[in-house]
Design a binder for this molecule. Structure first.
Ligand SMILES: [Zn+2]
Length: 244
């Protein structure tokens, strides 16, 4: 069966920068990829004369080019960039997307990450998106009693088998991206308003080298992963039988 992968991130370019190499490899293996963008990225400019509309339309065009490289579909929820909160409305919206796409694998942020490398404060949108994604994954997406209005939309509960989170300080899975590093850089650079080619190539190659170094890989991406137990799957089957 062709696997389905859903990425859930706050901004255009988050999935590509965090997991682009892994997504390219999965796309090569025939996985069906859907990119869920919670915001439009309308604050993604340092030019005070840029209008939000101009920024959004530029970023939508960039996202379409990046998605085309992955053969991916794009779902945009249209929340305001820079203002994201892990609300019940957002959780419901993410459950709706998961129940429509019905992925085996969800890739999202790690909600526990506040700081990285002694140099970086994690964007609050990234934490909010990550928290909302994890809270949608358990237990809302698999419980028919949570958000019953989604049942009325014909969206049945669903169990996601694997969750891949990053960037993270609790990595347990490393993916060798040596053979797709050039493609990852090209993928990220489709978001040219955010990532000019030369500093991007140097920065992402250095990061991938550092991630791979301790695991004998030339260039890598790392993730905290959860493989949900079969008892979860059985309990969903039980729920279904119970409802008949
Ligand atoms: Zn971002």
């Amino acid at each position: 069966m062709t696997k389905s992968v859903l990425t859930i991130f706050a901004h255009p370019d988050d999935a590509e920068t965090m997991a682009g190499g892994t997504l390219i490899k999965w796309a090569r293996d025939g996985y069906r990829i859907t990119l869920c963008l919670i915001t439009d990225g309308d604050k993604g400019t340092s030019d005070p004369l840029d209008t939000p509309e101009a920024v959004v339309s530029r970023r939508q065009a960039e996202q379409a080019r990046a998605a085309a490289r992955l053969g991916a579909s794009v779902v945009t929820l249209g929340y305001e960039d820079g203002m994201l909160q892990p609300t019940l409305d957002l959780r419901r919206d993410l459950v709706r997307v998961m129940r429509k796409v019905r992925p085996q694998i969800v890739v999202a942020g790690d909600p526990t990450v506040w700081f990285r490398h002694g140099t970086y404060i994690n964007h609050p949108d990234h934490r909010a998106a990550a928290q909302a994604a994890v809270e949608a994954l358990y237990p809302a997406v698999k419980k028919h009693g949570i958000f019953p209005e989604l049942l009325a939309e014909g969206l049945e509960p669903h169990v996601v088998e694997e969750i891949w989170l990053g960037p993270t300080d609790g990595a347990d899975t490393w993916v060798d991206i040596s053979d797709v590093m050039e493609e990852k850089i090209s993928l990220i650079c489709e978001h040219v308003s955010q990532f000019p080619p030369e500093p991007t190539r140097a920065a992402f190659t250095r990061m991938a080298r550092e991630v791979g170094r301790e695991h004998g890989l030339a260039l890598a991406e790392s993730f905290r992963t959860l493989r949900l137990s079969s008892s979860t799957v059985r309990s969903l089957a039980g729920d279904r039988e119970h409802r008949r």
